[in-house]
Ligand binder design. Structure first.
Ligand code: XUL
Ligand code: CO
Length: 438
C-alpha cells in the first residue's frame, strides 16, 4: 500500500526555537524528568474514532474532511486499509499507544455473528500492525451508543434485549482487547442516563448498570484479562443526565454496588468542565480515592456549553493536570489519550499532525513545569504547613481516632477561642505558579 501521508516523515524533536510546524518543540521522548522519560510519563495515545472516523459532520452539515485513503465504503477491506493508515499516522507521530471502540475499527454485519467475524478479521490485522510497529493498545471499548438498538441506553435500557445485546458486544470487545494485549478497557456510559424522569425507573436502571459491570468483572476474571477496567465520567450529552456524571458520582456508584476495587476512572477534561468542575478537581477526587487510572486529553470552549473535544493547547491546564498526575505517582496502566478532534474547517490530513503535535507539546510543557514546581518545593511546603496543626497535639490525636466528643469538649473549654488562622495566600500561590509558566 502506498503511504497515506507521503509528504510527512517522522516527527522529530527540534526544541523550542524551531519554527517547523511538523516538529516537536517541547516533547522530547527520551528526556528524563523525575527519573522517567517523557515518553514513559505521558504515554500518548491516538483515538481511532476521531482521527480515523471523524468526518467533520455536525448538526448543520455533512462531513468536510478530505481523507484520500477512504473509498467511500464501510467494508472490512476499507477497515483493514484504514488500520494501516492509523498505524502509519501513529508511527510518524511517535505515539506509543492507540485506543478504539469496536465499531470504529470494523463495520457491523447483518447480525452479531457476522459483526464478530468482521471484527476478528480486522483485529488480526491490528495485531500484525502492533507487532510491526511496537505501538500498543492503551484501551479498548465497545460502542453502545450509535446503533438505534441502544436508543434507550444499553445496560440501563428499559428493554432487556438491548441489555443482552450490549452484554454480548462487551464480551467480544473485552476478548479482542485481551487478544491485542490492551492495557485497559473503558466503560463510558454512552446513553446510560435519561432524557426525562417521567418515563424512567432510576433505581432499576442503576441496579442493571451495576449488574452489567459485575458480569464484565466476572468475565474478565474468567478469561484472565489482566488489563485495568475504567469508568469514564460525563454529566450530559447525549442524555440530559448521564448516571456516571462526575468522578464523585462514579466512585459513589462503584462503592454502593461493591465494584470499587474493580474499576478505576478515566477522567476527560471536557467532561469534567461540563460537570462544572476543573479537570484538576476530578483528578483529585479520583486520585485521593486511589482510583486515578487514565486521562482523555482534550479541552472545551469557554463560550460553548457542549463537548467540543478540542485539542489541549493551554499550558496552565496541562501544568495543573500533570501536577496532580505526578502527585499521585504517575500513570501505571493508564496514559494520555487524545479524545480530541480537529475542527470542521481543518479538513486536510496535515491538520491531524498539527493537532496531535500541539497536544503533545502542550502536555510536555505541562509535565516539565509541574516537575519544576515540585522540585522548587514551595507549593508543597505551603500546603504541608497549612495543615501542620494536624501533625502533633490534638490534631494528631483526632487523626489517629484517639479522642471522642467528650475529650474534645474538655479541650475546647480549656483552650478558649480558636487562634486566628494563617492566610490562605491564594494570590501569592497563583503568582508562584506563574513564575514557572514560561
Ligand atoms: C464521549 C467519549 C467517548 C469515550 C469512549 O464523550 O469521551 O469517546 O472516551 O467511549
Ligand atoms: Co472520552
Amino acid at each position: 500500500m502506498t503511504e497515506a501521508f507521503p509528504k510527512i516523515s517522522q516527527i522529530k524533536y527540534e526544541g523550542p526555537d524551531s519554527k517547523n510546524p511538523l516538529a516537536f518543540k517541547y516533547y522530547n521522548p527520551d528526556e528524563v524528568i523525575e527519573g522517567k522519560t517523557m515518553k514513559e510519563h505521558l504515554k500518548f495515545s491516538v483515538a481511532f474514532w476521531h482521527t480515523m472516523r471523524g468526518t467533520g459532520a455536525d448538526m448543520f452539515g455533512v462531513g468536510t474532511f478530505f481523507r484520500p485513503w477512504e473509498d467511500g465504503t464501510n467494508s472490512v477491506q476499507m477497515a483493514i486499509k484504514r488500520a494501516k493508515v492509523m498505524f502509519e499516522f501513529c508511527s510518524k507521530l511517535g505515539a506509543p499507544f492507540y485506543a478504539f471502540h469496536d465499531r470504529d475499527v470494523a463495520p457491523e454485519g447483518r447480525n452479531l455473528r457476522q459483526t464478530n467475524q468482521n471484527l476478528d478479521k480486522v483485529v488480526k490485522e491490528l495485531k500484525k500492525l502492533q507487532t510491526d510497529t511496537g505501538i500498543k493498545l492503551l484501551w479498548g471499548t465497545a460502542c453502545l451508543f450509535s446503533h438505534p438498538r441502544y436508543m434507550h441506553g444499553a445496560a440501563t435500557s428499559c428493554n432487556a434485549d438491548a441489555f443482552v445485546y450490549a452484554a454480548a458486544q462487551v464480551k467480544k470487545a473485552i476478548e479482542v482487547t485481551n487478544e491485542l494485549g490492551g492495557a485497559g478497557y473503558v466503560f463510558w456510559g454512552g446513553r446510560e442516563g435519561y432524557q426525562t424522569l417521567l418515563n424512567t425507573d432510576m433505581k432499576r436502571e442503576l441496579d442493571h448498570l451495576a449488574a452489567f459491570l459485575h458480569l464484565a468483572v466476572d468475565y474478565k476474571k474468567k478469561i484472565g484479562f489482566k488489563g485495568q477496567f475504567y469508568i469514564e465520567p460525563k454529566p450530559k450529552e447525549p442524555t440530559k443526565h448521564q448516571y456516571d456524571s462526575d468522578a464523585a458520582a462514579c466512585l459513589n456508584f462503584l462503592r454502593q454496588y461493591d465494584l470499587i476495587g474493580h474499576l478505576k476512572l478515566n477522567i476527560e477534561t471536557n467532561h469534567a468542565t461540563l460537570a462544572g468542575h476543573t479537570m484538576q478537581h476530578d483528578l483529585e477526587v479520583a486520585g485521593s480515592a486511589g482510583a486515578l487510572g487514565s486521562i482523555d486529553a482534550n479541552t472545551g470552549d469557554l463560550f460553548l456549553g457542549w463537548d467540543t473535544d478540542q485539542f489541549p493547547t493551554d499550558v496552565y491546564l496541562t501544568t495543573m493536570i500533570m501536577l496532580t498526575i505526578l502527585k499521585y505517582g504517575g500513570f501505571t496502566t493508564g496514559g494520555t489519550n487524545f479524545d480530541a478532534k480537529v475542527r470542521r474547517e481543518s479538513f486536510e490530513p496535515v491538520d491531524l499532525f498539527h493537532a496531535h503535535i500541539g497536544g503533545m507539546d502542550t502536555f510536555a510543557r505541562g509535565l516539565k513545569i509541574a516537575a519544576e514546581i515540585r522540585k522548587d518545593g514551595r507549593l508543597q511546603k505551603f500546603v504541608e504547613e497549612r495543615y501542620s496543626s494536624w501533625d502533633t497535639g490534638i490534631g494528631a490525636q483526632i487523626e489517629k481516632g484517639k479522642v471522642g466528643f467528650k475529650e474534645l469538649e474538655e479541650y475546647a473549654l480549656k483552650m478558649g477561642e480558636v487562634k486566628t488562622n494563617k492566610s490562605g495566600r491564594q494570590e501569592y500561590l497563583e503568582n508562584l505558579i506563574n513564575e514557572f509558566i514560561k
